[in-house]
Ligand binder design. Structure first.
Ligand code: 5GP
Ligand code: ZN
Length: 141
């Protein structure tokens, strides 16, 4: 498994630093976040290093996504939480602090005050359409 020597999540995957492990399979690992934003906050990583969504392999992404679903079910069963956010940050501007792809599972309760949601404000349909065309043209198989 390709690891990056100064990556904290590679070190967790390698067992070089401890974690509260929840689940692992050949390609992914789930463990508790040690700075939880809510009780039960946990993280899923592909074992193979890749900084973000654009850098990881499709296999790593699929493994992490399937593990996220499995762990989310267990978090809900354990905490009987009313909701769950899955969060995945790419780049400093998006709030990414650890440069090894990861998916957050964040348990939510009604009116818990977490500033993660936004009000629905209708957009400019013409501008949305123009952007859709530009993005479509940049999609590669
Ligand atoms: P990001 O800000 O990159 O989306 O999320 C990184 C997450 O990793 C943060 O929620 C942070 O609390 C968590 N984290 C950072 N260092 C460690 C660590 O050594 N162990 C664990 N379990 N989580 C960590
Ligand atoms: Zn890494």
């Amino acid at each position: 498994m390709h690891a990056v020597s100064d990556c904290i999540f590679c070190k967790i995957v390698a067992g070089e630093i401890p974690c509260f492990k929840l689940y692992e399979n050949e390609e992914s690992l789930a463990f508790m976040d040690i700075n939880p934003v809510s009780s039960g906050h946990c993280l899923i990583v592909p074992k193979q290093h890749g900084a973000d969504l654009l850098a990881i392999s499709d296999a790593g992404l699929c493994a992490a996504a399937c593990t996220a679903k499995k762990v989310a079910r267990a978090v809900k069963a354990t905490l009987d939480t009313r909701g769950l956010n899955l969060l995945q940050c790419n780049g400093e501007a998006a709030g990414q602090s650890v440069l090894h792809f990861h998916i957050h599972i964040i348990p939510r309760e009604m009116d818990d005050g977490m500033a993660m949601n936004w009000d629905i404000v209708p957009g400019d349909m013409a501008a949305i359409g123009v952007l859709a065309e530009q993005i479509r043209n940049n999609i590669e198989d």
